[in-house]
Design a protein around this ligand. Structure first.
Ligand code: AMP
Length: 693
């Protein structure tokens, strides 16, 4: 990735200024050594100090550019993260799992308010995607037989590169060590020259693409050692992230805990297609746990070893990726970060989604449609529009079969985090499972009248293949037979020009050489009543835990207590995600008020509003602070037997409403049919603010 223009300019200015400081320093030394006049020495020292001052000013600007902004320095970011984290743990939004046994890295429990937020996020996901788009929801097992994950490529390729501390055996993710090294150097070594900085930035840009050998060479080049002990590190080697298990008591059926939910949908494609009346496009969806044995989980809830994924597989004709509802979202404008902007060192820019698809920046309408729907989903949950961007994968980041990929990235105190991946995976997954299972996972388009078509005919020469591949002959034959027309014609042309071609056989997990004598590929004219093809799949994949964590950060703020002696924490969750919608407080402990509170609780229950009564004797101000910390939007205070007050969390404004009307007013506001401002007009304001507040 090229350097940001201003960063590059500032780095150059820094090294120029450093050179000037060094030269002036030499001048001062020479003057002193030669016994020059005091006035001359003083003037030279003054010039040196002026240069140092200029350098320090450039240094400050550079620091601000690197840390991503004006006053958001590293310290305040850490302090903010700590304040959010403390509140979340203290109020049991989440709990490190197995805490009394000192926990296990990368495993977290959701406590009561966390569970409620998660349930609300998932309910909205079902509403926004499954219901509104008529998706077919499935629920498949987490334990998955090996054959499925061999076909998908996970057994062979779902790896990260690992290095070990050569003395203690502690494991680290090799790319993380290199990434941390580059980032720290870039942030802290402000005297680094622009070329060196560009080199480190380039490494950050291609990190995902480095082979074990390349990573190892860079680790050696920069002298990177084990962060905890400073011991030397081993060479990097691949570590498969799947948790392995066996199914049944014999231990003979190998299996894995699924690393994603998508495969459960792909293997059911044939039945789902039939269920959908043999019609395309359609989408299937699944919410469930995914398991990844991360080498070094870090960043709290963002990189864990078990997490909830919500995935959609939208199956579409590869020859028609238009979307009938694209017009509904084409007008949306938000931050997009296309490939070209990334490689030319520019920043994300506000773009109209319709234009991005029209100009071919986003590969097709269906992919664009999901980008728009994901934007609406995240912002309606409460994610800040200004800290959400859609970043296109660079060519080297994408799997070779993918047509285009965009990540919804949300900025939080850890930087920009990938929370949703939206990928056009072409026909790869269905093809891989067709090949391995022998069950054709294909769709048909019936013609209104038969068409004369030219069909490609692939005829493997089994004798030659048998001689060349022996026991693997069957796999090679099958892989040749399932090639689509484009692949087959490409193979034909290479065979004709070069006599042989490299060919990837999924089921063998390797590339073999096919010679001209091993297969004949020709075209024949035929009358056809239908077209058979493997659908493309467009896959939005949501990391629910990451979205929730970013939502926590985007919703968190502090405000001074009335007395000004402490900072109170507030989560400004929209009602949609708030763990409970309202609390009910009798102002003072007396039986009459408690009776009214119970009566209100019954009417809230009848209206389907989640709520909690707090009859503790603590002051009303403390009770307000407690519910603000849980992000509860409304609080009802019972201060008479006929009418009560409703307080809105963020404005702290209160209105007075009759006991009979209170549940319906709360319902209106929390289900979004009225805003707080709407109801504030209809009811008298309650100006008496409790002494505690
Ligand atoms: P992937 O299949 O790697 O593209 O992951 C899909 C989504 O899962 C990502 O966009 C993340 O939001 C989420 N995700 C991936 N790995 C983890 C992890 N270790 N912990 C939490 N969420 C994750």
């Amino acid at each position: 990735m090229a350097m940001d223009a201003s960063e590059e300019t500032l780095r150059r200015a820094m090294s120029d200024k450093q050179a000037a400081v060094d030269a002036q320093g030499n001048t001062v030394r020479d003057l002193k050594a030669s016994g020059a006049a005091k006035a001359d020495i003083d003037a030279a020292v003054e010039a040196l100090n002026a240069l140092k001052l200029e350098k320090s000013s450039i240094e400050k600007q550079l620091q601000a550019t690197i840390t991503g902004g004006s006053d958001v320095g590293t310290l305040s970011r850490d302090a903010f993260r700590q304040a959010v984290g403390n509140t979340l743990e203290r109020r049991l939004f989440y709990i490190p799992s197995f805490k009394i046994y000192r926990g296990v890295a990368g495993l977290y429990d959701y406590g009561p308010p966390g569970c409620a937020v998660k349930a609300n996020v998932l309910a909205f996901w079902r509403q926004h995607f499954v219901l509104e788009e008529n998706m077919l929801e499935v629920d498949c097992p987490c334990v998955t037989p090996e054959v499925v994950l061999k076909a998908s490529g996970h057994v062979e390729k779902f790896t990260d590169l690992m290095v070990k501390d050569e003395k203690t055996g502690t494991c680290y993710r090799a790319d993380h060590l290199l990434k941390d090294f580059c980032k720290e150097k870039l942030e802290k070594d402000l005297n680094m020259d622009a070329e060196k900085a560009a080199e480190l930035k380039q490494i950050l840009a291609i990190l995902d693409d480095l082979s074990a050998e390349e990573l190892g060479a860079k680790i050696k080049k920069y002298g990177i050692v084990a962060p905890d002990t400073k011991n030397p590190l081993s060479d990097p080697y691949p570590f498969n992230l799947m948790f392995q298990t066996s199914i049944g008591p014999s231990g003979l059926i190998p299996g894995y805990m699924r690393p994603e939910t998508a495969q459960g949908i792909f293997v059911n494609f044939k039945d789902l297609y039939y269920f959908n009346g043999n019609k395309l496009p359609f989408a299937a969806a699944q919410i469930g746990q995914a398991f990844r044995n991360e080498i070094s989980p870090r960043q709290g809830l963002l990189r864990v070893r078990e997490f909830t994924l919500a995935e959609i597989e939208h199956f579409v004709d590869p020859e028609d990726k238009s979307h009938p509802k694209f017009g509904d979202i084409a007008h949306l404008e938000f931050l997009m970060f296309p490939r070209t902007e990334q490689t030319s060192g520019q920043s994300a820019k506000r773009m109209c989604l319709g234009d991005a698809v029209y100009e071919g920046i986003v590969n097709n309408q269906t992919l664009g449609y999901f980008i728009g729907r994901v934007y609406l989903f995240l912002t309606q949950l409460g994610i800040d529009k200004e800290r959400l961007r859609f970043r296109q994968h660079l060519a080297n980041e994408m799997a070779h079969y993918a047509a285009d990929c965009w990540d919804a990235e949300i900025e939080c105190s850890y930087g920009w985090i990938e929370c949703v991946g939206i990928a056009d995976r072409s026909a790869y997954d269905l093809r891989a499972h067709s090949e391995k299972s022998g069950v054709p996972l294909v769709a048909h388009e019936k013609f209104s009248e038969p068409k004369e078509v030219e069909k490609v005919v692939i005829a493997p020469v089994k004798k030659e293949l048998g001689l060349a591949f022996k026991g693997n002959q069957k796999n090679v034959v099958e892989a040749l037979e399932v090639m689509d027309e484009k692949e087959a014609m490409e193979m034909k042309s290479i065979l004709e020009s070069k006599g042989e071609v490299e060919f990837h056989v999924c089921t063998l997990g390797k590339v073999v050489t096919i010679k001209k004598s091993m297969v004949t590929i020709s075209k024949e004219k035929k009358k056809e009543h239908q077209r058979t093809f493997t659908p493309s799949v467009i896959e939005p994949s949501f990391g629910i835990g990451r979205i929730i964590y970013c939502l926590f950060e985007h919703s968190f703020y502090t405000r001074p207590s009335k007395a000004g002696d402490e900072q109170l924490n507030v989560f400004r969750f929209p009602s949609l995600v708030a763990p409970i919608k309202c609390t009910v407080f009798p102002l003072v402990q007396n039986q009459q008020y408690e009776e009214v509170a119970k009566q209100i609780s019954l009417s809230l229950t009848a209206a389907g509003i989640s709520h909690k009564i707090d009859i503790t004797g603590t002051s009303i101000g403390k009770r307000y602070a407690r519910t603000d910390e849980l992000g509860v939007p409304l609080a009802i205070t019972v201060d008479s037997t006929s009418s009560v007050t409703i307080r809105e969390r963020d404005s702290k404004d209160q209105i007075r409403v009759s006991v009979e009307a209170v549940a319906s007013v709360v319902k209106e506001v929390t289900d979004g049919s009225s805003t707080w401002t709407d109801v504030s007009w209809r009811f008298p304001a309650h100006s008496h603010v409790s002494i505690d507040e």
